[in-house]
Design a protein around this ligand. Structure first.
Ligand code: CU
Length: 265
């Protein structure tokens, strides 16, 4: 550890120079090894969610600049969703977690940063895991009473709880008209359509100190693999009562998330 230099000669200019050198060496040692010989320092982390379409950063708007796998031109005016039970696992078995459900909204940047509780010894990562949506244990009506999360409420007549995602925008219909779509997912008829996402993080590591782990949602992937989603099949209209549509979104959603970089702060 760094000890204050109390030697009386430290008051001389020459000794001040020595003090500066000693301090610099001490800082280097602290960065390299943390406390104690050979032990890694402690690491903390936040997830930072971002959204892309066809590899470019998502920009909300009423125009239709994107083309999905089914050939529909579309754009996005709103993207909000819940992720739950976030857990980052390190190679030594330690975990950093953010339990419970978390509301994220593309248009509200502060919702996209998800701090993880606690600290773990710095080192290699294994995985970043979370639930897309709210699993049954968290999907209780009234659980998120405050705006903006409360805007995700799912009708009591359809089982209550919350939308897992509201992705809304415009698309060009087969007849050439510009129509609205509302890709609203949620539990339906007692069936849970939330799903676990586990991302391989073995190429990444947390250094000592605070880091940000980027997680990207590839919005276009909601509409393909395994099922190409044709907006004309569902809209105008809605999918909140459509179990087949909910099942397709759940299956297509398996590959919508990917890890980005780890940024050390
Ligand atoms: Cu809805």
């Amino acid at each position: 550890m760094c000890q204050p230099i109390t030697n009386p000669v430290a008051r001389s200019l020459a000794a001040l120079a020595v003090t500066a050198l000693a301090s610099a060496a001490c800082v280097e040692g602290a960065e390299g090894e943390g406390e104690g010989e050979g032990e890694p320092g402690q690491a903390s982390a936040s997830l930072r969610f971002g959204h892309t379409v066809d590899g470019a950063a998502l920009a909300l708007g009423t125009d239709t600049p994107h083309t999905n796998a089914a050939g529909n031109q579309f754009g996005v005016t709103r993207l909000s969703y819940f992720v739950s039970d976030v857990m980052v696992t390190l190679a030594d078995g330690a975990t950093l977690a953010a339990p419970g459900g978390h509301y994220l909204d593309h248009d509200t940047p502060e919702t996209l940063a998800l701090p993880l509780d606690g600290e773990a010894p710095a080192g290699a990562l294994v995985s970043v895991a979370f639930v897309m949506g709210l699993p049954p244990a968290l999907n209780d009506s009234g659980a998120f009473p405050s705006a903006p999360a409360s805007s995700m409420e799912w009708p009591e007549s359809m089982g209550g709880g919350y939308h897992f995602m509201k992705s809304e925008g415009k698309f060009i219909a087969d007849d050439g008209a510009t129509e609205s779509y509302a890709t609203h997912s949620g539990a339906l008829g007692g069936v849970d359509y939330s799903f676990a996402v586990t991302l391989d993080a073995s190429a990444l590591a947390l250094d000592e100190g605070a880091s940000t782990i980027d997680v990207e949602m590839h919005v276009d992937e909601w509409y393909t693999n395994p099922t190409d989603w044709d907006f004309n099949d569902y809209f105008p209209g809605g999918i909140m009562m459509n179990a087949d549509a909910q099942a397709i979104l759940k299956a297509n959603g398996a590959d919508v998330f990917a890890l980005g970089a780890v940024t050390h702060q």
